[in-house]
Design a protein around this ligand. Structure first.
Ligand SMILES: Nc1ncnc2c1ncn2[C@@H]1O[C@H](COP(=O)(O)OP(=O)(O)OP(=O)(O)O)[C@@H](O)[C@H]1O
Ligand SMILES: [Mg+2]
Length: 343
């Protein structure tokens, strides 16, 4: 009997890998600090001397430009997605922070920019062409296909969670939805596999399949080609967790909880806790006053955490993992002046 042939893996299904490092910041629940995290990651990566583009990929409620103190936005991602502007370079604007450019999203455009999958892939390819080293996509809340697809198309997937139980639930739900979106896109035309996927994604079905590791075994019963492909999807799902707005030491455990359930039920082996960002009253205060000062305020309680987190990211990318033992010392205070953004 001939072995089962799978179509070669389509280019558009692979995360985009060449060019800049693509980071997606998502997490399901609204208001957990995704945009603050995306902004600070971009800021610190730029401060370390890298060229960065921050992309406001929240197509329903873009607000990064406001957080950066930019009042008037002439062109947005929606203009590109709706083919009104052909070049992303014309949309990426300079910010007051050297090395950091911003591609604005647009609020009030729900329904206007509802791109087909192919157009999202085209966008990601175009982003790759920009002359930068890091690209950070700030995603909106929820699990709509746009959000999930942008998350999946980035090589490095960051889920931001806050310590509330609802945030943990939503965070896990978001990661699970993203994974099943990837699995369904890959196998949904195969009528032998779809009932198995359904049994694993919906615990209320008859005879549920409890974990994705079990689903891999069921796929292997159909054909090893499918189980190998599913295993590949699980193995290349590079997930990072950031705890946001923590107030007590025990809040740091949230990421470990998510990591454990992702490993146990979703078969994800590569889940890394990137760090924990404290609740920072200065951030909250500045955002309420619509002042961007919190970004450059190195005296804030969150700045050293963001700085250390970005160091971890950059080290991962550029050097082999450090030997275990003495941790890299963190400067008491990042060397920079406090205060308002220039200009
Ligand atoms: N580390 C922090 N410390 C204190 N307040 C914070 C912190 N992070 C975020 N906030 C507050 O929470 C609010 C929501 O944060 P943010 O806009 O980043 O959430 P979000 O997850 O991006 O929300 P949405 O899903 O609506 O886009 C901010 O306006 C700010 O007031
Ligand atoms: Mg946001």
């Amino acid at each position: 009997m001939n072995p089962v042939q799978l179509k070669p893996r389509q280019a558009d299904m692979k995360p985009v890998g060449r060019g800049p490092r693509l980071w997606a910041v998502g997490g399901g629940k609204g208001g957990v600090g995704k945009s603050i995290v995306a902004l600070n990651l971009a800021y610190w990566i730029a401060r370390l001397g890298h060229r960065v583009v921050l992309v406001d990929a929240d197509l329903g409620g873009a607000n990064l430009h406001t957080l950066l103190g930019i009042k008037f936005v002439h062109h947005t991602l929606a203009d590109y997605l709706d083919r009104k502007i052909s070049s992303l370079d014309k949309i990426a604007i300079d910010t007051p922070i050297p090395g950091l450019r911003l591609i604005c999203g647009a609020s009030d455009i729900v329904g206007l920019a509802n791109p087909q999958y192919a157009r999202k892939v085209r966008l990601m390819r175009a982003l790759e062409e920009l002359d930068v080293e890091h690209m950070i996509l700030d995603l909106g809340a929820g699990t709509d296909f746009n959000t999930l697809d942008f998350f999946l198309l980035c090589t490095y997937k960051i889920a931001v969670i806050s310590p509330q139980p609802t945030s943990l639930q939503n965070g896990y739900g978001f990661i699970k939805s993203a994974l099943y979106r990837a699995i369904n896109r890959e196998f949904s035309r195969n009528t032998r596999l779809t009932p198995l996927i359904r049994r694993s994604s919906d615990p209320n079905t008859d005879n549920p399949i409890a974990t994705l590791d079990d689903l891999v075994k069921h796929f292997a019963d159909v054909d090893r080609v499918y189980s190998d492909r599913l295993q590949e999807i699980l193995d290349t799902f590079n997930l990072f967790i950031i705890n946001s707005m923590i107030r007590r030491p025990k809040d740091r455990r949230s990421a470990d909880i998510i990591r454990t359930v992702c490993q146990k039920y979703l078969g994800l082996k590569q889940v890394t806790t990137l760090g924990s960002i404290p609740f920072d009253p200065q951030i909250d205060d500045c955002v309420n006053r619509m002042s961007p000062a919190f970004i450059t305020n190195s005296g804030s309680v969150s700045a050293p955490e963001f700085y250390s987190l970005v160091n971890t990211i950059i080290r991962r990318e550029e050097k082999p993992p450090p030997l275990p033992g003495k941790p890299t010392p963190l400067p008491e205070k990042p060397a920079m002046a406090d205060g308002e953004l220039p200009g």
